[in-house]
Design a protein around this ligand. Structure first.
Ligand code: KG4
Ligand code: ZN
Length: 367
């Protein structure tokens, strides 16, 4: 740890935790104003598409091959040079560890070669700050982090200060979108493809199960929906039927997210005044129109403001990693060069350890 406190910070961010190799330069002024100077994202869709999902070994190799050029392009497009960087922030987990190691090692090399501090960023903390790339959102806020690997409700009270209110006990919402899309014969990544297919569909045509009806907490479950939808998908023969199933699935996912958010808002309200009722949704699934509409309705009902990252920063990107790094560096927090890549790294370690049933393990929350 160092105790560096410059007034304005220019940070190189690196993101390699899944199937996107991304680099970005972000400038954060002393007053918290943020400017994204560049954000370069190289996707690996084509390499993974034949397999219908991300293959970790292919991802790691593709990151190694892409990271030099992507980082160089982020620096070039930003108009600043390596010499003008105040720090480098790299995703250190959670994620596919082979890929995480690539970005983190690159970040360490930049730190060592340029003599600037390294920040080992939790990918989830990146998503947590991502809405702050587009608007000045004060802490604290209630966060729904909903992506391909994660589905969590968190009370975020400051940099790195998160309390988990709920998590998925099986699949993440994006994973459910992706797997159901696959059973409908749609290409990977399935979420956007399923949203497109669902346009104009009849969401009531097929009866789909609702999860955890007996519980009153903020946890999620999507595996029952996934299985039921896959069974129905096998029997479909027409495009109309597929469209209606897609609409039903999208409705079911949006409804579950919205119900848990409604509960979490009521819990959050117990500890926060009216001027702190802020809701933020982040992660790839935040790009879904039906999900956004359902969450907006929650906000209206409970008196919360609504914020979501600009669409470009909903899915994985390095600008959010750079900003998370800048916020830490501004507080004098950085990491040593022996920082490790972590496949699992809960944002709220206390909550995850207190409830190991859904904290670690292949079937647990992917955090
Ligand atoms: O945040 P992200 O890029 O990666 C993770 O950290 O997981 O999220 C990717 C996920 C994928 O599951 C993708 O299908 C989903 O977000 N997604 C969507 C939409 N756009 C991306 N799901 C539903 N509707 C969308 N429009
Ligand atoms: Zn992500």
């Amino acid at each position: 740890m160092t105790t560096l406190k410059p007034s304005a910070l220019t940070i190189l961010g690196l993101e390699t935790s899944c199937d996107e190799t991304a680099a970005s330069v972000v400038r954060r002024e002393a007053d918290g104003t943020v400017t994204v100077l560049s954000s370069i994202i190289g996707t690996q869709f084509e390499q993974h598409a034949p397999f219908g999902g991300v293959v970790p070994e292919i991802a790691a190799r593709a990151h190694v091959e892409a990271i030099d050029a992507i980082a160089a392009e982020a620096i070039r497009a930003s108009g600043v040079s390596f010499d003008q960087l105040d720090g480098v922030a790299a995703t250190a987990g959670p994620g596919l560890v082979g890929g995480v190691m690539v970005g983190l090692a690159f970040g360490k090399a930049v730190s060592l070669a340029r003599g600037v501090p390294l920040v080992a960023v939790n990918h989830l903390e990146g998503h947590a700050v991502s809405a702050r790339l587009g608007a000045d959102i004060a802490y604290p806020f209630l966060l729904l982090l909903v992506s391909g690997g994660h589905c969590q409700l968190l009370e975020v009270s400051g940099v790195g200060a998160c309390k988990r209110l709920g998590t998925t006990i099986d699949d993440a919402a994006g994973e459910a979108f992706d797997k159901i899309a696959k059973s409908l014969g749609l290409p990977y990544p399935g979420g956007p493809a399923l949203e497109k297919l669902a346009v104009g569909g009849d969401a009531t045509r097929y009866s789909l199960p609702r999860a955890l009806l007996g519980r009153k907490d903020c946890d999620f479950s999507f595996s029952g929906l996934k299985t039921a939808a896959a069974r129905i998908a096998e029997t479909l023969t027409t495009d109309d039927e597929r469209r209606d199933l897609a609409a039903g699935v999208q409705f079911a996912i949006a409804r579950q997210l919205s119900e848990r958010v409604d509960r979490a808002m009521k819990l959050y309200k117990e500890g926060h005044g009216a001027d702190e009722l802020r809701f933020v949704v982040a992660g790839g699934v935040a790009a879904n129109g039906a999900v956004r509409a359902a969450l907006l309705a929650d906000c209206e009902k409970n008196g919360f403001s609504f914020a979501a990252p600009p669409l470009a920063y909903c899915t994985d990107n390095a600008a959010m990693i750079a900003l998370a790094g800048a916020e830490r560096l501004a507080l004098g927090i950085s990491d040593d060069l022996d920082a490790v890549a972590r496949p699992r790294w809960p944002l709220d370690e206390a909550a995850a350890l207190a409830n190991p049933a859904n904290a670690y393990g292949r079937k647990g929350a992917k955090a």
